[in-house]
Design a protein around this ligand. Sequence first.
Ligand SMILES: [Fe+2]
Length: 303
Amino acid sequence: MVIHKPLTSAIKVIARGQRLQLSVGGSVARSAVASVAATVIRTTVIRTTAIRTTVIRTTVIRAAYGRPSLAGRLASRHMCPSADAGVPEIPPSPRGVRVQRVVTSGSIRHGSNSVELENNVWLVGDDERCVVIDPGHDGRAIVKSIPVGRRVTAVVSTHGHQDHINAVAQVCDATRAPSYLHPADRMLWDRLYPVTPDKDLADGDVITVGDVDLHVLHTPGHTPGSCCLYAPALQVLFSGDTLFPGGPGATGREFSDFDTIIDSIRTKLFTLPEETVVLPGHGDATVIGAESPHLTEWVERGW
Ligand SMILES: [Fe+2]
């Protein structure tokens, strides 16, 4: 997506407008605005050698911020474990394609509340090129974490929720890379952007980076257009918000459906090799073989 400067400015205005709207509401909204006014953002870059992981930890220091609402806590039950959550070592492909994690944080609107989330942004690439998956919250930090000399060839959103697309414009602007989204999530995208994504994702598509193919699996349920990216060469699945350690992604929100996500997981994900490492949109990694025995349990409990 080519986002020109006037559009970037317009998006900033939209973002400001949303904050202003929040100030009209109750105490949570007021404290959110107060906290933004009193916010100091400190960014720390931590590099580890075990996996080429870069954690951009954006620490938000607030004058005062109340306990998150029940709705917020329920919404984030599967969605925002600690930024230091474990990710196993992912060996690079034969031609040096590796996985890098960037953790960003920020607030999104959830109903009438503001919910704070930490997101995993995944970079997959070698020394020359890379694909960015799910750029959320902080486009500047994401772009800064891309090693110099790497050309971004695609910016892929696994689904259209704000926290997975709200830094697409910044990243595409800075890198001139095209944006990708499944068309069934366009109604979510259109709330944030006045232009369409550059390319549609479809089940069976393949996005190639170096010697690694990212196979697009359409896995509706969390949203109608949710997709996962499966990289057999790395034995990795980028699961977005469809599969987490301990269960499926949340389905209590609009456009979500529990039976549909269970069907997607059963037919598209639990048919992958057991050793496939699952790298979700938030928090910890898991493996397919650790989750698949629990499907019946999840169906019985209903979440
Ligand atoms: Fe989501």
